[in-house]
Design a protein around this ligand. Sequence first.
Ligand code: F6P
Length: 538
Amino acid sequence: MLDELTAMGQASRQTGIRALFDADAARFDHFSASTDTLTLDYSKTALSKDDLAALLSYARQTSLEQRRNAMFAGARINATEGRAVLHVALRGSVEDAYAVAGDNVSDEVESVLVAMSAFAQGIRNVQIAPARGGRFTDIVNIGIGGSDLGPVMATLALSPYHDGPRAHFVSNVDSADIADTLAKLDPATTLFIIASKTFTTIETMTNAATARRFIADTLGEDAVGAHFCAVSTALDKVAAFGIGADRTFGFWDWVGGRYSIWSAIGLPLMIAIGPENFREFLAGARAMDQHFRHAPLEENLPVLLGLVGWWHRVAQDYAARAIIPYDQRLARFPAYLQQLDMESNGKHVGLDGRRTPTVTGPLVWGEPGTNGQHAFFQLLHQGTNVIPVEFLLGALSHEPDLQPHQDLLIANCLAQSAALMRGRTLEEARQQLLAAGRSLEEAERIAPHREFSGNRPSLTILYRKLDPATLGQLIALYEHRVFVEAQLYGINAFDQWGVELGKELATQLLPVVTGKENTRGRDSSTAGLVHQITRLKG
Ligand code: F6P
């Protein structure tokens, strides 16, 4: 079946997208799907009805529905770590009664949410105050990867709902990150959240120690307790750091780091937008979970998004995917998806322990439109690599007085996907130049540079307005899409062994960098660079 699908994918590349539109005036109706609030338009891809039918049957053949049901049932589908994968329980209701190995987890989830809400509300209404009085004006989340990217992305995305203290995020171990952040802050009114699933990540622990000194040196050691809280699954390690149990919010090993924004890792977001808006955010994700669980595959947005993604990557051999939100507040969404997608599906060993029969996850990158249009869109339209684009677009902005901006934004987004699909033929380019008064010789010479091949695929995800529930739906849509693609690749999306080797080597190299050990036994590049670094340090 894989060979057949690849042959179909290559044949579709030949047919092209423009021809499919010319042949079917109602192509949008046939190749789009909607929930109440989201529309996925996948008509501007080279997918025919036969291709789609073949993809759906391949998905069924891979037992996609059974594996999806196993995830929702709390089975230990993360086989290499022996863990369940139940981030959906974080946004479920108590009635959903999610369970791992027969033990209900929904009640525990609810009790952490209640505790987080009380804490967040306490910070917001000054019932919880700094050590020397006053109010917390600023919160700083210290975390990295999944303990940073979700809160950063969502806090920016929902800035119109932000009525709590200012939020800052420190992730990089580079001293520039924490130094530049602390320089703006008054220790007397700053609360630090130390967010780390394992509470061992070196970047986070190093930044946490610096933040601790910032408080202790300025306000005194006794102020530390009032200015710190923590989010972790390693409660003993948090206690050893000196953060009280009443300020520690737990989560569970069945929540992957990149799937943890719904857990207590979302605390900075909750403090920023308030517990009610945070519940709306969870409810949006739950609505997408229900859709993924119950909608027929033919109308199922995450399934369709996953099928098209797999089709582009495997059957049509496109190595990358661009995520272009026409929504400035989703500026960090591409970075968020980089971890979600690439840490999940950037693997070459299948669930059976053997090399996968196909290529797997694509390179994911992107920037908001319209800015990207003035930077890298040249390559998307006329470069030698074809990169499928995923546009995200809201019908409404949060600035009704500035509707002309939104209309321009929308027109630009629609124009880009139409241009990618339709292009401009050589003859059209020539005629345009002649109509503009250029000579025949000039028109012949310049037209090839103004030709656009078209037939470049894109998807558009349309929503009403970027509110908390919509953001929840969008993230859950992409989470389930990653799940679908992993199933088609035959890999486990929920481990991340590929990040370990670099961490181990960094630990071994630290004494070499600090001069406590010599470079003997290191490769010549590493040794040479260490020597140059030592020289430059002076
Ligand atoms: O880089 C690997 C990783 O384990 C990510 O999966 C995770 O989100 C990040 O590090 C941070 O981990 P922690 O929350 O345990 O500090």
